[in-house]
Design a protein around this ligand. Structure first.
Ligand code: SF4
Ligand code: SF4
Length: 290
């Protein structure tokens, strides 16, 4: 079983994106963030993605339906049902061939419960992988300045899960930064000024790292512009439907960056943006016009 077999099977089971990283690309990570802490014999990290339907964002973009369009089809069902099923089927396939496969979900570690080390020298459970790092290591795209993972196929519209396996696979090349042009539209379109593009940290595989803006997730937790929080996922809100990421998507599509093209632009009307009291924020509205 080689990398192409894995990708073909994953796509048969509904994956839109599949990338493979060799374990050495995680060597610089501390034990608390390292896949080898979960599975010491891990040779390859497979990252599986499914797209967020552009139509699942429509209700938020128009400001008329949040939970039933994005909340279910773009967020909870997508992670908990559709992507989970694809990930599970692929792990079964790998284990049927005699290799162990550890499925992991793409939750951020912020606010997730931590336990105590079970023995000296072991990091405390639960080890949670940085999915942006893993997807970058697997050659699926880049981390934009606004902190969204961007792929050439869908821009900001996808969700990921990972599989650790002791099957040694050929790794995909790491992609260069080609999607994010540092336009800062995501920051300017944020009605609550939660993104600070002038204050950045590096993220990504060493030698290929990108600048990512500081994001105040405590502010994002108050955001009424499409940010969401689903049960069991700690306290980092999901931003992929919010004003910041929708503006990034509109910008990427307008500049012809996304392979998945549509007959009509994503942003069709003057966008909306509100503060925590539901009052319109004119500066963000003007900045979000694409
Ligand atoms: S809006 Fe511009 S700066 Fe922000 S992530 Fe997208 S492309 Fe990068
Ligand atoms: S989720 Fe809301 S508050 Fe946070 S960066 Fe995006 S638009 Fe701003």
């Amino acid at each position: 079983m080689n990398s192409q077999d894995i990708k073909d099977y994953a796509k048969q089971r509904g994956a839109d994106l599949v990338g493979i990283a060799s374990i050495d690309r995680f060597a610089s990570l501390p034990a608390e963030k390292n896949p080898s802490s979960i599975f010491p014999e891990c040779q390859s990290v497979i990252v599986v993605g499914r797209r967020i339907l552009r139509g699942a964002l429509r209700g938020i973009e128009e400001g008329t339906n949040f939970g039933g369009t994005y909340g279910m089809f773009g967020y909870r069902w997508l992670e908990d049902n559709f992507l989970a099923r694809t990930t599970y089927d692929l792990t079964c396939h790998i284990e049927t061939k005699g290799f162990e496969a550890v499925p992991l979900f793409g939750y951020a570690e912020d606010g997730m419960p931590t336990g105590r080390p079970v023995a000296p020298g072991k990091p405390a459970p639960n080890i949670i992988l940085d999915l942006d790092y893993a997807a970058h290591a697997a050659g699926l795209g880049e981390i934009g300045l606004g902190g969204f993972f961007l792929t050439p196929q869908y821009g900001s519209r996808q969700r990921f899960a990972t599989i650790l396996t002791d099957l040694k696979l050929e790794a995909d090349p790491i992609l260069k930064k080609t999607m994010c042009d540092d336009c800062q539209r995501c920051a300017k379109a944020c009605p609550l000024n939660a993104i600070q593009p002038d204050k950045t940290t590096k993220n990504g595989v060493p030698g290929h790292q990108m600048d990512v803006a500081s994001i105040d997730y405590a502010i994002c937790r108050q955001c009424l512009n499409g940010a969401m929080q689903a049960p069991g996922r700690g306290n980092r809100p999901d931003r992929l439907g919010s004003a910041c990421a929708r503006t990034c998507l509109a910008h990427l599509e307008k500049t012809g960056k996304c392979v998945n093209r549509f007959s009509q632009p994503f942003r069709k009307r003057t966008p909306w943006a509100v503060d925590t009291f539901h009052r319109p924020v004119e500066s963000a509205i003007q900045a979000a016009k694409i």
